[in-house]
Design a protein around this ligand. Sequence first.
Ligand code: NAP
Length: 336
Amino acid sequence: MTARILDGTKIRDEVFVELKGEIRALDASGIRPGLAAVLVGDDPASQLYVKSKIAACEQLGLASWMHRPPATITTQEMLQLVDDLNRDDAVDGILIQLPLPKQVDTKRVLEAVDPAKDVDGFHPVNLGRLVSGRPGLVACTPAGCMEILCRNNIAIEGANAVVLGRSDIVGKPMGLLLMHANATVTICHSKTRDLPETVRRADIIVAAMGKAGYVAAEWIRPGAAVIDVGTNRVTDAQEAARLFKNFPERLEKFRTKNSALVGDVHPDALNVAGALTPVPGGVGPMTITMLMSNTVKAARLRRGVPVASGSSSSSSSTSSNSSASSSKQTQTTTAR
Ligand code: NAP
């Protein structure tokens, strides 16, 4: 069996078309949603991430602002900047690119962001809303995973879902979203006993551990849906040979570049799973997509503009997560 590929790039393009329509409609009523990004220091990876987020804003017609404080900024100065952005009515979303320098109290800074503008969905108020199934802003990566499942008509209701990883930004919100969509959820972590046996029971597996190719193909029940969040850069030739034994083209590419991007799931899973997100090209493109969706949603919620049903910013992953409403959303999305 070769798994159906759950193409995140294709879904990103679909959502972008929908968001463009929403943004045009908001524009016609005098609202231009805007995202303010704060990038501290000169870390090249962070620069690249923020650049692609700003590029996505420009592509969609969202307003965007980039703030570039120096790496020597203090917690107080960061809090002042966040306060200014909270007060700026043109700003609907605030993105603090992580990591912040060591001297800055990251938790304090993230908690200072107005929950109404917390488009990363990291604020405890938004996490609390997610727990209790109330409308709020949901963390982008797990929201993107839900979008992939729903838009590919993967049945969630009643499914056994296993989430590998319990971080605040991926594992925990992912487990909650799946539970609200009526899956029976098991969340695993580094102390979980007999991981292979637990994974074997899963109809849906979401791997978010940060361990290249850790989930073996033999652990996966034939036909299961696999969402691979892991983004690991492999540079060791032996590891690449282990991972790409059955994928000579990928091994060849690794040899040319001396590196490759690999998920947490072994590439051999392609021959066991029923559906699978590739790495790269699966969950990755959806994270920025959901950031854009959250910015539009924040603009609507802040300004009291009702969210049009069926719109991208009202999708199953980012809207109310109450059990009843999620169940309804699952039905509508599976019919898409
Ligand atoms: P994280 O904060 O490091 O959390 C990793 C989680 O995996 C922890 O809960 C840890 O358990 C668990 N874990 C580690 N080893 C394990 C093992 N052997 N068995 C079971 N569980 C294990 O990572 P994260 O921020 O959630 O990110 C996870 C992965 O997703 C990373 O590869 C990251 O790069 C990727 N990611 C991708 C995107 C994207 O846009 N594609 C976005 C975010 C993250 P403990 O809690 O017990 O330590």
